[in-house]
Design a protein around this ligand. Structure first.
Ligand SMILES: *Cc1c(COP(=O)(O)O)cnc(C)c1O
Length: 358
């Protein structure tokens, strides 16, 4: 009997996939992944370690993460009838949502948008459609509505604010999509801490709101959650792995939420820097930066220079994200995470030098 070949063993969708590439950031000023640059005071770390001491590593974690779920419900004023599902990052929740769909289902989002919507749809063999945004980065409502009519998507993902554009889509446009959709509309609020606008109060029927702690400052813990009507969330709970939120994550996020003021302070600092960075970017010849409601800024560079500028910035020790290869509205664009004031100055200096080289 011949041994298997990888080519015949796995589904064609899996074989066709290119792995999600994460750049090696060692030694760089890291402004590529929308992380919070601030850490905790020693005092806070001591309190956290005390809490971790009481975690039983030999026992399975609470499968329902009940304490944390209740804390999240009360912080978000989740009304009766609405339930939460916690995930190992919101990436896992995107995967759970898509895994629950029938074969041949259609999934709709925007182009550009968060890459995992398409990536996971593709490897699950679902039909993904990305509808291009308008040149002003707003939703193209007629195109979205006609795609809904044509494909009847089981799920529509809208990132609010959108990644990698940073803007909040017009609320009326989103509501039109919600009203027209027969399937679920997932409002992905990964950047809610920086946005000042949310659909959490509109979770009902086909509308679900998804959040994560990653961009707020706990990317290493991997915790996301989604709020939706009980009967929808109940189905997702059936297909998640029984202990998907580990004991250290449960305890650490609970602890962090008891010190929410620390994160509020860090978030304010990032939002203040965002304003300065936007101003500084738009003062540079050849650069156009887009308004952002998130902790990153998308900016346009002179034609055919994006990759060269990205590399020149990297050569100076600052890692940002080159989104130019994605094409379309992202042609000539780079994306930078808002860091500490020092990091942002280093980045701006590196960008200026890179522009002088072109
Ligand atoms: C970063 C990001 C996520 C994923 O966050 P994790 O919780 O770290 O998995 C989801 N959606 C958007 C729009 C993001 O930018």
């Amino acid at each position: 009997m011949s041994k298997f070949t990888v080519q015949t063993l796995f589904r064609p969708e899996v074989l066709a996939l290119s792995a999600y590439h994460v750049a090696d950031a060692q030694g760089f000023i890291k402004l590529d992944a929308m992380e919070n640059p601030y850490t905790w005071s020693n005092e806070l770390k001591q309190g956290w370690l005390e809490k971790l001491k009481n975690c039983s590593l030999n026992r399975y974690p609470d499968p329902e993460a009940l304490e944390l779920t209740n804390t999240l419900k009360s912080l978000n004023k989740i009304p009766d009838g609405i339930e939460l599902l916690l995930g190992n990052g919101s990436d896992e929740i995107i995967q759970l949502l898509l895994m629950a769909l029938p074969q041949n289902s259609h999934v709709l989002s925007t182009t550009p948008s968060f890459v995992m919507y398409k990536q996971i749809s593709d490897y699950l063999g679902l039909n993904y459609h990305g509808i291009s945004l308008r040149a002003d980065l707003e939703l193209n409502v007629p195109a979205m509505l006609s795609a809904i009519e044509q494909h009847n998507p089981a799920i529509i993902f809208l990132a609010y604010p959108n990644n990698p554009t940073g803007n909040l889509f017009d609320k009326n446009a989103i509501n039109q999509i919600i009203d027209t959709a027969n399937g679920l509309v997932i409002i992905d609020e990964a950047y809610e801490p920086f946005a000042n606008s949310s659909f959490m109060n509109h979770v009902k029927n086909n509308v679900l709101v998804m959040r994560t702690f990653s961009k707020l400052g706990l990317a290493g813990l991997r915790l996301g959650y989604i709020a939706g009507e009980c009967d929808i969330i109940e189905q997702l709970h059936k297909i998640r792995l029984p202990y998907n939120i580990n004991v250290l994550t449960q305890a650490s996020v609970q602890f962090a939420l008891e010190h929410k003021d620390v994160f509020d302070e860090q978030t304010s600092a990032i939002c203040a820097e965002r304003i300065l960075m936007l101003l500084a970017l738009n003062l540079l010849d050849g650069i156009t930066a887009f308004e952002s409601a998130a902790n990153f800024i998308l900016f346009k560079t002179p034609d055919n220079q994006a990759t060269k500028i990205f590399e020149a910035i990297k050569a100076q020790g600052v890692l940002i994200k080159n989104v130019h290869p994605q094409g379309g509205l992202l042609a000539n664009c780079l994306r930078v995470t808002v860091g500490t004031p020092d990091e942002n100055l280093m980045f701006l200096k590196a960008l200026k030098y890179a522009l002088d080289l072109t």
